[in-house]
Design a protein. Structure first.
Length: 135
């Protein structure tokens, strides 16, 4: 397609995918994000948006894997780390969530509302996972 030859093709494909995602056309959006990443594998925002798309279309495991890949290429992307930590908590993968939360705390002020909210979720889930004494 002619779009591939355009110098800004990855960004244009990403924008098109974002528009399609907003319209609820998930398969087309996913295709655009994947094409953008095929041309420019380090386009972290396209990978983050692909993860959001996959979360709605195929579920958490695919989204988690994509977010992990996003953070391998762009560890500073706090939106990806926020979503990954939340999804890991949803999956009760508490150890992994704790690791991500620690990295998130280093990126942002530890008093940041998102950090506090994730920390509270982790604490509650850890206390529920730990058998209480005397029972």
């Amino acid at each position: 397609e002619g779009l591939r030859a355009t110098p800004g093709a990855p960004q244009l494909l990403h924008l098109r995918g974002s528009s399609l995602f907003v319209l609820g056309r998930l398969q087309e959006a996913e295709s655009c994000f994947r094409e953008a990443l095929h041309i420019k594998p380090d386009l972290a925002l396209a990978r983050l948006n692909l993860a959001s798309c996959l979360l709605q279309s195929t579920g958490r495991p695919a989204a988690i894997a994509t977010l992990e890949e996003t953070l391998r290429t762009a560890p500073e992307m706090h939106q990806a780390r926020l979503l990954l930590t939340s999804l890991l908590l949803d999956e009760s993968r508490l150890t992994e969530a704790a690791v991500q939360l620690q990295a998130f705390k280093k990126m942002l002020n530890p008093d940041h509302p998102e950090v506090a909210k994730l920390h509270s979720r982790l604490t509650v889930q850890q206390s529920q996972a730990t058998p209480s004494n005397g029972k």
